[in-house]
Design a protein around this ligand. Sequence first.
Ligand SMILES: [Fe+2]
Length: 302
Amino acid sequence: MSKKGEIIAGFLAPHPPHLVYGENPPQNEPKSEGGWEQLRWAYERARKSLDELKPDVLLVHSPHWMTQLGHHFLGVKKLSGKSVDPIFPNLFRYNFALDVDVELAEACCEEAKKEGLVSKMMRNPNFRVDYGTITTLHMIRPQWDIPVVGISANNSPYYLTTEEGLGEMDKLGKATRRAIERTGRRAVLLASNTLCHYHFHEEPAVPEDMSREHPENYKGYKWDMKMIDLMRRGKTKEMFSVLPQFIDEAFAEVKSGAFTWMFAAMGYPELPGELHGYGTVIGTGNAVVEWNLVKAKLAQAA
Ligand SMILES: [Fe+2]
């Protein structure tokens, strides 16, 4: 491809496996009576939008592929197997099969090295892809017909300071953008993150009993609303200035870096995000939000 590639959209696309469980796709072994409809319908709206964008590739950064040493990239053309959530094996045992855009993944890995980040290609053909990556990809594109680039969470914000760790994610985002541009891809980024992460410690007898589902933590809920308000108004600079405080006070999963990676790659646009929906899962706060760079005329239509 000779044309210059570009990022056409970014989505905040959280990964509670409960959403897949509630939907009952043929790939997931456990079966439910439904549940978490508000979030599942939010994803339905996002799916429609993604369909119109016609991307060449979906890039996803997942907190549940943890690599303590460096940033890793899926580097096997076809991967398949069973992905199981270690906390909720009763809800998520998913038979996956996906195509990886290895050329773009290698470009991301090279560009990350140029930023001074320890980075590595994952070449194990029997690799079991984590449930965060699988859930986000299933919820946004259940057809599995678009190649993907999977990026691990180095989790540096958990052993460096939050600011230092998120600084690494900023570099990873910039490297990702350069890789997309030079490989000529029309790319959509998926930040696989929950917001407030305080959760209940007991599961109801019927996990999908929604009479038991609500925010676990009032302060965390208020933080979620404050952050979503900033997203909806396009107050990106303000959002990132309060992000470390949000992470500390709401135990937010954005600490693992996907959200910062995505915004760094997009160049931190002061662009209103479209909220497709918000809901809680075992008390944690989850929002599906879209930043469509084509609609905003920051990227070209297909
Ligand atoms: Fe998670």
